[in-house]
Design a protein around this ligand. Structure first.
Ligand code: ADP
Ligand code: MG
Length: 379
């Protein structure tokens, strides 16, 4: 079955669209990427989303308009991908755009993704699965990360243990023990590590008065030196100390966090390049600390994906802390690192719509049980 996965993460950079062919059933599926494209958000829509993420209050009417503006753009991306490649999909899985993510504390969590499936189904005339996080949240789960079960199906290796490390706005990991071990799937684990590119992007935008949106290849950061004392200070934040299940978003690692970090950096007299290097080091050290604390063993291979995997400086720092580990990207394991997350939502849609197969891993999200993910809207 041909399906489209649509994904926009915490970076709010644009919509990753992947058109895949999926065959097989349940956890025995074969997925081929037929076409993939990233469609940057139009400037106005991007800034509307970012201001809402930063806490701007909306009337219910304005909320609906934003919901539909996002849905219309997502639908357009699905249409453009099909037209440009002369392909037709039968199903859409749309993650939507997260504008609020509250992990569960004393009561249920709350996670809001805009871009309603009904509008996407209406505009594309295709059944659309959306709102993937709600069912996991209703089971007491974090609602995130949702990709680990897909990672386990597509990236397990019979002999080697692997970490699939996504570096988007937020970074998240899936640990995969060798899949020839009995009951290996019960040992799959995963969680959000903390900031990926979110603080780096905000810093670059601030330092350049909005002229640049991100530090291409980590070139600017590579000219600086990370301030280790500051990294250790930042790692005292309760989020980094918390054991999984855990998830986070721009609520924690957003503008307010960056402003505090910038004040700290001023205190130590860091240059802009040093500041970027130190923020990169925070992303890397949070990952390092998590692996040492929460994994049964260090993996033999780390497979990187997401935009941050193209940051050469970040990659070098990661290799510095894991000298024994082979660091590659998911491309080397046969899954396009730019579209892995979008592909995952096509698979989750397939599981929901076609297979009626649960998409979450309770040991990852903390949900009481495995459950079908996503709401189906038909045209
Ligand atoms: N060549 C590059 N060098 C450094 N960072 C990059 C590069 N390409 C993309 N990025 C980073 O990746 C981010 C987008 O990554 P993405 O995986 O789409 O994250 P999200 O899932 O949060 O949207 C950009 O905002 C940017 O910070
Ligand atoms: Mg993105």
């Amino acid at each position: 079955m041909k399906a489209i996965g649509l994904m926009s993460g915490t970076s709010v950079d644009g919509v990753d669209a992947a058109l895949v062919d999926i065959a097989g059933q349940r956890d025995n599926i074969q997925v081929t990427l037929l076409a993939g494209e990233t469609y940057p958000y139009p400037e106005q829509l991007q800034s509307d989303i970012l201001t809402v993420c930063a806490g701007k209050a909306l009337t219910i009417g304005e909320f609906c308009e934003l919901d539909d503006a996002i849905a219309q753009y997502f639908a357009q991306c699905a249409q453009r991908l099909q037209q440009a490649n002369n392909l037709t999909a039968e199903l859409i899985g749309s993650h939507g755009q997260t504008v609020c993510h509250r992990p569960p504390q004393d009561s249920l969590g709350y996670s809001v993704q805009l871009g309603r499936g009904a509008m996407i189904a209406h505009l594309t005339q295709k059944p659309t699965v959306s709102n993937f996080r709600a069912a996991d949240v209703a089971q007491g789960g974090q609602g995130a990360p949702l990709v680990p079960k897909v990672d386990a199906c597509l990236l397990g290796h019979p002999r080697f243990s692997r970490c699939v490390q996504n570096i988007g706005g937020i970074s998240n990991v899936t640990y995969l023990p060798p899949c020839s071990q009995p009951h290996w799937e019960t040992q799959v684990c995963g969680w959000d590590n903390g900031p990926g590119n979110s603080l780096l992007d905000l810093a670059v935008q601030g330092l350049t008065n909005g002229q640049k949106r991100y530090d291409k290849d980590g070139r600017w950061a590579s000219q600086g030196t990370p301030h280790q004392e500051l990294v250790q200070q930042w790692l005292q934040d309760p989020f980094f100390q918390q054991s999984p299940p855990k998830s986070t978003g721009r609520e924690l690692f957003g503008k307010a966090y960056l402003d505090r970090a910038w004040e700290n950096a001023q205190y130590y007299g860091l240059s802009p390049a040093d500041f970027l290097a130190t923020l990169t080091e925070l992303t890397v050290c949070a990952i390092k600390q998590d692996y040492h604390r929460f994994l049964p063993a260090l993996p033999e291979t780390i497979l990187l994906c997401g935009g941050g995997s193209r940051n050469h400086y970040l990659r070098r720092r990661l290799q510095h802390y894991f000298p024994e580990v082979t660091i590659q990207s998911t491309d080397e394991a046969g899954l396009d690192s730019n579209f892995k997350e979008a592909i995952a939502f096509a698979v989750l849609a397939y599981w929901r719509y076609w297979d009626r197969f649960p998409g979450n891993l309770p040991q990852v999200t903390g949900a009481k049980q495995a459950t079908l993910l996503g709401q189906i809207d038909c045209p």
